[in-house]
Design a protein around this ligand. Structure first.
Ligand code: GAL
Length: 654
């Protein structure tokens, strides 16, 4: 369990640097990330490098005994570069260009910008690549943040056409696969295909999907150019990128694979995230100061898989932030709790954003570990407490790696894109559906791995697929070979890879293991709520329901009140034919877990547990005091079983 911090020496007088470094070490911080927005200071004019200040900053921090994470500055190209190369600015869907004056104002498809990035990264890597205190490099910053992935530039268009040609080989094959006979959309050549913007009504969904697939590949290949430079010049450093929470614009599994990342790092802002995602208002209100109990855990569990087991929190909320619709001060204890939570889920490092609140510019309302006057902030004091506890407790400082969970949830990026392109009902959001299932599993006290459908799933006892648009033979093969219980949610197998309805009807290839067919689907306005019960739990379908037919030996385990099947099963495979209200999802999963021989419990709202090594952690995000479900004779290494809001306890698992 190591603690880090994000630091911007270029924003403070040099006279403060040595004292900052000393105070970081005193606080218990071991890692410091610097430089990721400092291009205008590294290269104030084209080709004129000024390293002397960065040499001194690196030297000062290293001399204090800190390990460094060096960021490449490509998320903020300087003004001289934009003035010299206007084509670096990205083009938005409406055809206008972004302006200079904030950050991320670059087009990932621009050949000019790619060349400029390789140039600055090479210069940095040649200078610092073998510095013994620089243990990791972070590339760029939050790729895609501020909705900057899709670019509708001529560079993007040219590369998209080449990408399509490679994928389809002939334009006839593309016309056929896309169904372009519809509305006379047929193209005479690849060069005639445009980007899917500025059309009077919906563009062809497969055109949109291929553009999203292409953009996802663009992000990975843009990034790969930096990785290639860094591998060469910094051969022993960990290479990472700081991803975001709930962010799905590119396929992170593919990205990690294409870039051979050493660690998946991500930026965790639990309260701001809770405010900005599609949660019911009642939950946002309940967890306004603690964050929803699953909102960070969800991404810890996802990024652990993306990093092949290794993940860091590169930026951790340390107090109120500035960018959510509302930005409250966290409840007392939460800054400390979030650190333990990340460690319980397997993080190697939790690094805070930022060392000191900056009194000027865009983030002046964003807290840090220090107030602008250099006094430790309330969050800073909680970090100090956590650092002292960890240092004093061998069981915490020498934690083993997290074991594989018995339960997997499949998260699929393409499914997110397909159902965004074709919501069909305005409240249908795939990631929110996955989150609801995840929340139900965690409320049952289970540890969960969130993984790709292409991962090896053979060791799991319960595999939950809240939905997956395309079910391919490989996935059906995994079901056939595994001994697990499988739960599939609505819209599973509803599409082919070319965004059409399977000829056998949904759920497509899943019918091989679960004979059934989806005849019609409906999205549900809030006043349409077909009711049902399962295992004594009453609830309704929300957002989405399917009218399905059970075939062969498939059983109907529950019906809606209007006689349509709600839950079907065949052998070890279940299908849930609607988006059900939360308690019903929990009941479906509790039954599947029981069939899988996995023990569950009903945790009070706001209480969560997580096992790592031989420890069990419990966290209280709720407003009331609760009792952690530790055995009566448990040995506690931290806290006790009585948990007030924001409290943590840790005991030795039996
Ligand atoms: C992150 C970003 C940081 C900072 C932070 C504020 O998204 O990487 O640079 O802006 O948000 O919360």
């Amino acid at each position: 369990m190591q603690l880090g911090v994000c630091y911007y020496p270029e924003q403070w007088p040099r006279s403060m640097w040595a004292d900052d470094a000393k105070r970081m070490v005193e606080l218990g911080i071991t890692h410091v990330r610097i430089a990721e927005f400092a291009w205008s200071r590294m290269e104030p004019r084209a080709g004129e490098f000024v390293w002397e200040w960065l040499d001194e900053a690196v030297g000062t921090l290293a001399a204090a005994g800190l390990k460094l994470v060096l960021g490449t500055p490509t998320a903020s190209p300087p003004k001289w570069l934009i003035d010299a190369h206007l084509d670096v600015l990205p083009v938005r869907a409406d055809g206008t260009r972004w302006n200079f004056g904030s950050r991320r104002h670059y087009d990932i498809s621009s050949a000019t910008y790619r060349r400029e990035c390789v140039r600055i990264v090479t210069a940095m890597a040649e200078r610092y690549g073998r510095h013994p205190s620089i243990v990791a490099w972070q590339t760029d910053n939050e790729l895609g943040c501020h909705d900057t992935v899709p670019s509708y530039s001529s560079a993007a268009l040219e590369r998209f056409q080449a990408w399509l040609q490679q994928r389809y080989e002939t334009v006839e094959a593309l016309n056929d696969a896309w169904g372009n006979v519809f509305w006379s959309m047929e193209y005479p050549s690849f060069g005639a295909i445009g980007l899917p913007n500025l059309t009077p009504t919906d563009a062809n969904p497969i055109h949109l999907l291929d553009f999203r697939r292409f953009m996802s590949d663009e992000v990975a290949s843009f990034h790969r150019e930096q990785i290639d430079v860094l591998r060469q010049h910094a051969p022993s450093a960990d290479l990472l990128h700081n991803f975001m929470g709930f962010f799905t614009t590119f396929d992170h599994y593919q990205f990690a694979e294409d870039n051979a990342l050493d660690v998946a790092a991500w930026d965790s802002y639990p309260i701001a995230r809770t405010e900005s995602i599609a949660l019911p208002e009642e939950q946002k209100a309940r967890y306004a100061r603690t964050a929803h109990p699953d909102v960070s855990a969800f991404d810890h569990d996802r990024y652990r898989a993306i990093g092949g087991g290794r993940f860091w929190v590169m930026e951790q909320q340390a107090g109120p932030v500035n960018w959510a619709p509302w930005n409250p001060v966290p409840a007392k204890g939460m800054v400390r709790l979030w650190a333990y939570e990340a460690f319980a889920h397997g993080a190697e490092l939790v690094s805070y954003f930022r060392w000191r609140q900056c009194p000027y510019a865009q983030e002046q309302m964003h807290s840090g570990l220090n107030l602008p006057n250099n006094e430790l902030s309330p969050g800073g004091l909680e970090v100090q407490q956590a650092a002292r506890e960890i240092a004093a407790t061998a069981a915490l400082s020498e934690l083993g790696a997290p074991a594989r969970a018995a339960t997997a949830v499949i998260f699929d990026y393409e499914t997110q894109w397909m159902f965004e392109i074709q919501r069909h009902g305005k409240s249908f959001d795939y990631q929110t559906l996955v989150f609801d299932y995840y929340e139900a599993l965690r409320g049952l006290g289970l540890d969960v791995d969130i993984v790709s459908s292409k991962a090896d799933l053979s060791a799991y006892r319960l595999v939950v697929v809240p939905s997956i648009a395309v079910i391919d033979d490989a996935l059906v093969g995994q079901i056939e070979r595994s001994a697990a219980q499988w739960v599939f949610g609505p819209r599973s197998g509803s599409k082919t890879t070319t965004f059409a309805i399977p000829s056998s009807l949904p759920p497509g290839a899943l019918q091989r293991v679960l004979p059934m067919q989806v005849l019609e689907v409906e999205s549900l306005r809030p006043t349409l709520a077909p009711a049902m019960s399962l295992g004594g739990v009453h609830g309704v379908a929300m957002h989405w329901r399917e009218h399905v037919r059970a075939n062969g030996e498939t059983q109907v385990d529950a019906y809606f009140d209007d006689a349509w099947p709600a839950v079907l099963s065949h052998g070890r495979v279940r299908y849930v034919a609607a988006w059900l209200s939360h308690a019903l999802h929990r009941e479906v999963l509790a039954q599947a877990a029981q069939d899988a021989g996995i023990e569950t419990q009903r945790l009070p709202d706001g209480l969560r547990i997580r096992r790592r090594g031989d420890l069990t952690f419990a966290f209280n995000f709720g407003a009331e005091q609760v009792r952690a479900p530790a055995p009566a004779n448990a040995t506690f290494v931290l806290g006790t079983s009585q948990l007030k809001t924001g409290d943590v306890c840790v005991w030795l698992s039996a």
